[in-house]
Write a protein that binds this ligand. Structure first.
Ligand SMILES: *Cc1c(COP(=O)(O)O)cnc(C)c1O
Length: 428
């Protein structure tokens, strides 16, 4: 009863108001206002009978009683830091359940392995994060899983054709997309991808849609509300947000998450209690950080749009109704312009490296979504593994620099970019 009342009280509150308290009961931890780090591998059972019951529920041999929470058993199966963190993460995407992992790749690969089996067809968008792309194109085929992919801008009809031409349309099991695409900010239609999944679903086979929401989530895009079945995150990025932790997350319905968590138990790729604690700390400032980052990104993009050393800026805020489909997708699914900007400088790798080497406040590093601004060279760094022809086709060329905008004062970010870009102007 107490639990029901407290749920009702908090029901209408915004996630940012609940990040400091949701799911944590101080009286269970000596009144500590913050959830301690439960640095423990195993948990003492009150009795042998209680231990037996916990296992029955954990392994699905018995249904939990109404309102019963899974008893604590062993930290590969459950741990308070992970459970409270998972409950808090569900609030942003309005998911029924969540699971946290030791990395974004662990979350992604667990989803792919759980929902695909030999003979199945996987459909993906292109480009994908380098690690995801490697796992899908190099590792999944070893298990007899077939892969087809479509590119940004292809119509639903073209995508139907791609699937049918594989001759394996009946085996399509999962669609995996990433939007906006890294590093070009190209958009894939989430609701449209769900329509593709439904088109190939039959009465005895539901094609699932999983979305990598790392670039825009969990604040600026909510794939589950747009029809996705699962959403995955590299929590290393905005969710962690301080460049000090590697972690991942997956969210979805209770039914699907039971399977994801089941495989996680046996792969053993859950996050550690310490990681869970760090991420809970990060979640408290998630909204203020992301708000500051997207405001800064608008200012920085406006500056880049006018700099004479720059040829093209890839930023969601630059889309206008003249961009047609891309603009329509943005209006439909993006709640902000995000804080990722890529730009082509006039020149090639040499000039791009000159700019990167001249940056002082902005750090030259891969990763994104952190408090500090980061810049990198996709063609030779994050996307070096992508086939050259595909890279050119996708517009990931030697002249491109990717920028993750942080929480610094935007005037200082712009000052640093300006002095670095100006090294190109004095050269000619
Ligand atoms: C970083 C990243 C990943 C991988 O996450 P890790 O935490 O590094 O394992 C997956 N997808 C996207 C879009 C990313 O940016």
């Amino acid at each position: 009863m107490e639990q029901v009342l407290s749920r009702l009280f908090f029901f209408n509150m915004k996630p940012e108001s609940l990040m400091m308290s949701y799911g944590y009961k101080p009286q269970l931890s000596e009144g500590a206002i913050k959830c301690p780090i439960f640095q423990t591998s195993t948990f003492v059972f009150k009795s042998a009978e209680a231990g037996k019951h916990f296992f029955e529920v954990a392994y699905g041999l018995k249904e939990p009683e109404a309102g019963e929470e899974l008893g604590l058993i062993y930290s590969r199966i459950n741990n308070p830091d992970l459970e409270i963190l998972e409950n808090r993460l569900t609030l942003w995407d309005e998911a029924e359940e969540g699971a946290v992992f030791e990395s974004g790749m662990a979350a992604i690969t667990t989803v792919l392995l759980e929902f695909l089996k030999p003979g199945d067809l996987l459909l993906t968008s292109n480009p994908l994060y380098g690690g995801t792309d490697h796992f899908i194109s190099k590792i999944l085929p070893k298990f007899g899983i077939h892969v087809a992919s479509f590119k940004v801008g292809q119509s639903q009809e073209e995508i139907y054709k791609i699937v049918e031409q594989t001759g394996l349309a009946a085996n399509l099991a999962l669609i995996f997309i990433e939007t906006p695409a890294n590093p070009t900010n190209d958009l894939i239609d989430i609701a449209g991808s769900k329509e593709i999944a439904s088109h190939f679903s039959t009465s005895d086979k539901e094609v699932l849609l999983a979305v990598d929401n790392t670039y825009m989530g969990p604040l600026w895009q909510h794939p589950l509300k747009l029809g996705a079945d699962l959403v995955v995150y590299s929590a290393t990025k905005y969710i962690g947000g301080h460049s000090d932790v590697i972690a991942g997350a997956c969210l979805g319905s209770a039914k699907l998450m039971k399977r994801v968590k089941g495989l996680r138990t046996f792969l053993g790729n859950m996050a550690s209690p310490n990681t869970g604690w760090l991420l809970m700390r990060s979640l408290e400032t998630l909204k203020v950080r992301m708000d500051a980052q997207t405001l800064n990104a608008d200012k920085v993009a406006a500056f880049l749009n006018t700099h004479p050393a720059i040829e093209k800026v890839y930023f969601l805020g630059n889309l206008t109704p003249a961009d047609g489909v891309a603009y329509a997708i943005k209006q439909k699914q993006c709640l902000s312009n995000g804080a990722m900007i890529s730009f082509d400088i006039k020149g090639g790798e040499h000039e791009a490296f000159m700019v990167l080497n001249a940056l002082k406040l902005i750090k030259l590093a891969v990763s994104l979504g952190s408090t500090e601004s980061l810049a990198e060279h996709p063609a030779s760094m994050t996307h070096a593994d992508v086939d050259l022809d595909l890279r050119n086709e996708l517009g990931i060329t030697d002249k491109m620099i990717r920028l993750s905008v942080g929480v610094e004062n935007y005037e200082d970010i712009i000052f640093d970019l300006n002095q670095a870009l100006n090294t190109l102007l004095t050269k000619v």
